[in-house]
Design a protein around this ligand. Structure first.
Ligand code: DGL
Length: 271
């Protein structure tokens, strides 16, 4: 492996700003890596679009990231992972990591009563990607899956502890409470920001698994296995953030999702 390959950036993409929760987790676990993030803000949301459209968008983004010679790609978006991951993995010359398998592994490790809830976008839940993988690995598990299309907008509005958000979460999470799940997978980039409220609604004994930390862990494992890690350094790697559109509130939102100040966001075209 050439030195250049170790030093190449890791690509990550999402339908918009939410995937920065995954970038934040990547940064914490792999501080010396450079990261090139693309948020497809011009075409967000992905959660209610057809699988064919999501595959097309994802391929276009891969082409964009490959121009920058990324050494691995994280599909930070749950909906894109659900619809496009296997296609991208087949077509790519570099490792492609999705958020679903890491989330499933974390849920398997967390559950004690084998009753698991999954909450995500319409597309993620309808694809059954989480449900099928869980069922295959744990045939005796009971799964309660709920599509929660309203939550993304509430998070983008910053209504993280608003009474309306609590009411809506109570509605979405009611089937999980009724099924007595002990673990809930937050299967959407935006939901980690709703963790405190969801925990309040579900009670302290329910474990909330989010895909951000687990995907970062999976990426670290893949880099290790392929000998692709960048040498540790006292200097933090560079995070470059690109978006296909720059709506007025984008940088404020991006800073909230990433948990740090962002110097500049590049507006780019894909496809
Ligand atoms: N990033 C999407 C996901 O994780 C949520 C936002 C959208 O619908 O595009 O599924």
């Amino acid at each position: 492996m050439s030195l250049e390959t170790h030093d190449q950036p890791i690509g990550a993409f999402d339908s918009g700003v939410g995937g920065l929760t995954v970038v934040q987790a990547m940064r914490e676990l792999l501080p010396s890596e450079d990261i090139l993030y693309l948020g497809d803000t011009a075409r967000v949301p992905y959660g209610n679009k057809s699988p064919e459209t999501i595959v097309r968008y994802s391929r276009e983004i891969m082409t964009y990231l490959n121009k920058y010679k990324v050494k691995a790609v994280v599909v930070a978006c749950n909906t894109a992972s659900a619809h496009a991951l296997s296609v991208l993995q087949k077509e790519s010359n570099v490792p492609v990591i999705g958020v679903i398998a890491p989330g499933v592994e974390a849920a398997r490790a967390a559950t004690r009563n084998k009753r698991i809830g999954i909450i995500g976008t319409q597309g993620t839940i309808q694809s059954c990607a989480y449900q099928n993988l869980l069922q295959r690995l744990e045939p005796d598990i009971s799964i309660t899956a709920v599509a929660a299309p309203l939550l993304v907008s509430l998070v983008e509005e910053d209504w993280l502890s608003h009474p309306a958000t609590q009411l809506i979460l109570e509605e979405y999470l009611a089937p999980m409470k009724a099924a007595k799940v002990d673990t809930v997978v937050l299967a959407c980039t935006h939901y980690p920001l709703l963790k405190p409220l969801a925990q309040r609604v579900l009670g302290p004994e329910v474990v909330l698994v989010d895909s951000a930390q687990n995907a970062a862990g999976a990426l670290a494992g893949v880099l290790q296995n392929h000998g692709l890690n960048r040498a540790a350094s006292s200097e933090a790697g560079r995070i470059t953030i690109c978006a296909t559109d720059l709506p007025a509130q984008f940088s404020r939102l991006a800073e909230r999702f990433l948990g740090q100040r962002i110097e500049a966001i590049r507006c780019v075209t894909v496809g």
